[in-house]
Design a protein around this ligand. Structure first.
Ligand code: PEP
Length: 250
């Protein structure tokens, strides 16, 4: 049985003190009997303080991105070791805003994923189709390209450190959510592909989060689907009560 995993991506929001305040509120209010794994993903500069506040709590801390080189002349970038030093346990790679706003390719996403695993950090690999791809009947093709580019050829054991997040680009920050049927269909497809690339046991253990305008009032239904193992939450993770409402639905 896969344990549901709910992660709040705070994106480029909140000052350091605001991040700390939200982390403290989550730490204080997260019910002791919470069944899901829970994590938050603050902006880089707030990471050390948020990690300090949440140390010893049931809430994990991750980073929104990473660079694959160890150190050197890469102005503006942050390495895996730097993330570990700051207290992160994992990082997102391939978030749609990195792919489509910053222009990251599948090849870059793969390098980042490998660097994270090599350094002992876990990964949430985000994949998802654009609206025009869905409308052209190319959802599975896009998911297949991104999943293969991210995972094909990894050792089976590496998959223990990977969570996938299916995030249809048209649903992120738009208020439009995939229907439960659309989400389940995509998750089932991705799990089948992982089985093809690895084996049944790897595919069955892999957690696949759904992301795209998840809110407290649609969370339980989405996460109630057999292949939806949690949520990657943007906007609704910026307020403790709405994020905790989603965690409750897991
Ligand atoms: C996200 O940032 O990954 C996300 C899904 O955002 P939102 O929940 O705001 O759509």
């Amino acid at each position: 049985m896969r344990k549901p995993y709910v992660a709040g991506n705070w994106k480029m929001n909140k000052t350091i003190p605001e991040c700390v305040t939200l982390a403290i509120e989550l730490r204080e209010k997260l019910p002791k009997d919470t069944k899901a794994a829970v994590a938050v993903i603050p902006q880089f500069l707030a990471l050390p303080k948020v990690a300090e506040v949440l140390r010893g709590s049931a809430i994990g801390v991750g980073a929104q991105d990473v660079y694959f080189e160890k150190n050197g002349a890469f102005t503006g970038e942050i390495s895996c070791e730097m993330l570990k030093d700051a207290g992160a346990a994992f990082a997102l790679v391939g978030h749609s805003e990195r792919r489509h706003v910053i222009g990251e390719t599948d090849a870059i996403v793969r390098k980042k994923l490998e660097a994270l695993l090599k350094s002992g950090l876990e990964v949430i690999l985000c994949i998802g189709e654009k609206l025009e791809e869905r409308e052209a009947g190319k959802t599975q093709e896009r998911l297949s390209i991104q999943t293969r580019a991210g995972l094909e050829g990894l050792a089976k054991a590496d998959l223990a450190g990977v969570t996938l997040a299916y995030e249809p680009v048209w649903a992120i920050g738009t208020g439009k959510t995939a229907s439960t049927a659309q989400a389940e269909e995509a998750h089932q497809f991705i799990r089948g592909l992982v089985e093809e690339l690895f084996d049944k046991s790897v595919a069955q253990s892999l957690r696949i989060q759904y992301g795209g305008s998840v809110k407290a009032d649609n969370a339980a239904e989405l996460m109630g689907q057999p292949n939806v193992d949690g949520a990657l939450v943007g906007g609704a993770s910026l307020v403790a009560d709405s994020f905790l409402g989603i965690v409750k639905g897991a």
